[in-house]
Design a protein around this ligand. Structure first.
Ligand SMILES: NC(=O)c1ccc[n+]([C@@H]2O[C@H](COP(=O)([O-])OP(=O)(O)OC[C@H]3O[C@@H](n4cnc5c(N)ncnc54)[C@H](O)[C@@H]3O)[C@@H](O)[C@H]2O)c1
Length: 398
């Protein structure tokens, strides 16, 4: 195995960006949807010296209030946080809040309405992934963003992992030549998520299953690395053999066999996607399967190929080195790319970069102009699976 310092040196150029935080004026933040992931947003915001959380809203009466009360023991002054709203709209209409930013932490089906209403109210938005459920919603979100002039960033925290960023550095360096084939995906053996109920597994709240929960991360990992080429066609497949089976071990072990009847999204999906630039993408994602992993990520190019170890893409990193394959001077060589131990929480970086973009007028750290292509693929897989044949991807003008 070659460990050629010259090859590795090519990827050392990009440094972590950092902006000095001015805490003299507090950013006034509201949280829409106070469920599971909102907790990570709350914790990350509370670490920032320039943030005041002023409001929270949830459809379930009393949920937002209880959500903040848990933090009183750590010194959070809940008397300053308003939570009496029936939904996101009431919170956005409360002008006394003078909101600067919101996190949209609702289930997928209400991502679009909450984000559009917040942008229309003149508020910067950090929207949890996936962007939404359908491509039509994504287009409406982008139009609202454009009209508002506000920052909209989508919550893909693995973007801030240095090993993930290295994939992009390698692709951009040209060392792979012309990229023509990508295989990516991920999954778990028994990983249908129902930590706090059924919002992830019911169509009326989630809209997308494994595709929207973890598939969007796998797609973002490779599409971001190669500059998000436009998707052109998709041949997709979806199934729900595990989620709809009351004998699925995850249900049996947790005593939730009744969830099988509620399960109305995908637990597995696969697709063959043609991208602009003559690239094809072979993709699969699973919440449950009789397999340890559905494979590594590989990026094949005319001058070199990259193998990224099977990764829990949703957690943002991998634990074995990537390998770069080339032919140098007639010799087939393989270079191990040393793993970087990222410092700091990826979630904190997601929140901090969003705040910096909102305060300083910087571009969104994870822009909708890219993620709309991610959404178009998710939407294309759903349409193609339904039609039983390949479909074209058409994205209207924003
Ligand atoms: N980035 C990550 O690591 C990560 C991890 C988990 C979940 N997520 C994403 O976060 C989102 C939420 O997931 P969750 O597990 O927290 O869901 P959840 O069901 O626990 O919480 C969602 C909450 O939103 C509320 N809600 C829905 N519509 C609303 C509205 N219009 N106004 C006010 N409240 C509303 C619901 O009542 C619910 O309490 C999902 O889209 C999911 O994909 C991201």
């Amino acid at each position: 195995m070659a460990n050629d310092a010259a090859i590795l040196d090519e990827f050392k150029s990009v440094k972590a960006e950092g902006v000095a935080v001015d805490a003299s004026k507090k950013v006034r933040v509201g949280i829409i949807g106070t469920g599971w992931i909102a907790d990570a947003h709350r914790r990350a915001y509370l670490k920032q010296p320039d943030v005041e959380i002023v409001a929270g809203a949830d459809l379930i009466p009393g949920k937002a209030e209880a959500f903040f009360k848990k933090y009183e023991k750590d010194g959070l002054d809940c008397s300053k946080i308003k939570t009496h709203y029936a939904d996101h709209k009431e919170m956005l209409e409360d002008k006394s809040l003078a909101l600067d930013c919101v996190s949209v932490c609702t289930y997928n089906r209400t991502h679009a309405v909450c984000t559009i209403d917040a942008l229309n109210a003149g508020v910067h938005v950090l929207l949890e992934k996936p962007m939404c459920v359908t491509i039509e919603e994504a287009v409406e979100i982008c139009r609202a963003e454009k009209a508002s002039g506000k920052v909209l960033s989508i919550g893909f925290q693995p973007r801030f992992d240095e090993n993930m960023q290295m994939i992009g550095k390698i692709c951009r360096s040209g060392v792979l030549g012309q990229i023509y084939y990508i295989q990516t995906g991920g999954g778990r053996r028994q990983g249908i998520p129902f930590p706090y109920g059924t919002t992830f597994i019911e169509d009326q709240t989630a809209g997308l299953g494994a595709l929207g929960d973890i598939g969007c991360y796998s797609l973002d990992c490779v599409l971001n690395a190669i500059g998000y080429p436009k998707p052109l066609t998709v041949s997709g497949y979806k199934s729900a053999f595990f989620g709809q089976n009351p004998e699925y071990a995850g249900y049996v072990n947790s005593g939730h066999t009744d969830y099988a009847a509620k399960f109305s999204v995908d637990d597995f999906a696969a697709a063959f996607v043609r991208l602009e630039g003559g690239i094809v993408l072979d993709f699969r994602i699973a919440w449950a399967m009789h397999l340890d992993s559905p494979g590594e990520t590989i990026i094949m190019g005319t001058k070199g190929s990259l193998r990224v170890p099977a990764t829990e893409c949703w957690n943002g990193t991998f634990d074995k080195p990537m390998k770069l394959y080339q032919n140098v001077g007639g010799q087939d060589v393989c270079t191990e790319i040393p793993l970087v131990r990222s410092s700091g929480s990826l979630f904190d970086k997601k929140i901090r970069t969003f705040l910096d973009a909102s305060k300083l007028g910087l571009p969104a750290p994870v822009p909708s102009s890219q993620i709309i292509y991610n959404q178009a693929i998710l939407d294309g897989i759903a349409r193609s699976a339904m039609a039983g044949k390949e479909v074209e991807i058409e994205i209207p003008e924003i």
